[in-house]
Design a protein around this ligand. Structure first.
Ligand code: SIN
Ligand code: MN
Length: 270
C-alpha cells in the first residue's frame, strides 16, 4: 500500500490516519480464529485477570517462535498495509516491532484505558526518540458503546508529557494527568472515535494522546496493535527492563510479505 501525499500530510497534521476496512472480512476471520486458538495456551505472554480466566492481553503473536506465535498475525504485521505504511510514515525501511499485542476488552466488565501517550512508557523502556508508530486493527466492530479508541487530533505536536502511574482502572499504565488533559481537550479539536466494521485500522504517532472507554456492550471488543520502531532507535539498556514480549530485543528489520500472506498462512505449532 502506498500512502498518498495528502495522507502523509494529514498524518503529520493530526498524528493519525484511519482506514475503513483495511483488512477483509476473510482476513479478520483468520486473525480472530488465531486469537481464539492462542488465548487457550498457557504462556507468560498472555495477561489474564485471574489464573485460568479469559485472556485480557496477548503479546508476541507476530514472531516465528514462542508459544503465542501465529502465522497469520506474523503476515499481517509484515503486510504493506501495516509495515509498508509505517515505513513510509517513519521514513525508514528498517523497522521492527517494539511489541505486538491483542487487547480483548471484555463485554460489560472491560474497563477504560486512561488518556496516555505510548511514548510515555516507551521512553522509560530506553527508547530515545519518538520515532514509533502504531497500527491498530479492529478485529470486532468498534463502537463508542463497546469502548473504541479515541485519538486527540494534533496532540503529538506538543511532544512527550511526563507521565504518572495510573492504576485506577484494570489497565494500569503511564498516563497523562487529569489537569493536563482538561487543558488539552479544551484547546484541541474534539477527540475522534475510531469506529467501524471489523478490519478497520488506524495508524497513530507514539506521542498522540489516546484513550478508550468502558465496554458497556454484551460482546467482547478485540483489537490488535503493531508498534513499529526504527531499528536505529532501539532501546538503550535500562535498570529493571520490562519483559521481552513488551520491550522486544529482536531488532532485525522486518521484511514485507505478499498481500495474500494472511490468507495463505498456516498455524505455527506450539
Ligand atoms: C492502548 O492504548 O494501548 C490500547 C487501548 C485499547 O485497546 O483500547
Ligand atoms: Mn496506547
Amino acid at each position: 500500500m502506498q500512502l498518498t501525499e495528502a495522507q502523509c500530510a494529514q498524518y503529520e497534521r493530526d498524528g493519525f490516519l484511519i482506514f475503513p476496512e483495511l483488512f477483509s472480512a476473510q482476513e479478520v476471520a483468520i486473525l480472530r480464529d488465531e486469537v481464539e486458538r492462542v488465548s487457550q495456551i498457557e504462556s507468560n505472554c498472555i495477561i489474564r485477570e485471574e489464573t485460568g480466566g479469559p485472556a485480557k492481553t496477548i503479546f508476541r503473536m507476530h514472531e516465528d517462535d514462542g508459544e503465542t506465535a501465529s502465522g497469520a498475525v506474523r503476515a499481517a504485521a509484515r503486510s504493506s498495509r501495516a509495515l509498508g505504511a509505517a515505513q513510509q510514515l517513519l521514513g525508514d525501511d528498517e523497522l521492527y516491532l517494539h511489541h505486538c499485542k491483542v487487547n480483548v476488552k471484555a463485554a460489560i466488565q472491560g474497563s477504560a484505558w486512561p488518556w496516555h501517550q505510548d511514548f510515555g512508557a516507551w521512553h522509560l523502556d530506553g527508547i530515545a526518540e519518538p520515532e514509533l508508530t502504531t497500527m491498530a486493527v479492529m478485529l470486532d466492530e468498534a463502537t463508542e458503546f463497546n469502548g473504541c479508541l479515541y485519538l486527540l487530533p494534533g496532540s503529538h505536536h506538543e511532544g512527550r508529557h511526563q507521565p504518572y502511574w495510573d492504576d485506577s482502572t484494570a489497565y494500569s499504565l503511564w498516563a497523562v494527568g487529569p489537569e493536563t488533559m482538561r487543558n488539552k481537550i479544551a484547546r484541541y479539536p474534539d477527540p475522534i472515535p475510531v469506529t467501524g466494521a471489523p478490519g478497520t485500522a488506524a495508524i497513530f504517532h507514539c506521542n498522540n494522546l489516546h484513550a478508550s472507554g468502558h465496554n458497556l456492550s454484551a460482546h467482547d471488543r478485540c483489537q490488535m496493535y503493531f508498534c513499529y520502531n526504527r531499528v536505529a532507535n532501539h532501546p538503550k539498556e535500562v535498570e529493571n527492563p520490562r519483559p521481552d514480549y513488551v520491550r522486544s530485543q529482536n531488532w532485525q528489520p522486518m521484511t514485507l510479505e505478499p498481500e495474500d500472506a494472511i490468507l495463505r498462512s498456516t498455524v505455527i505449532p506450539a
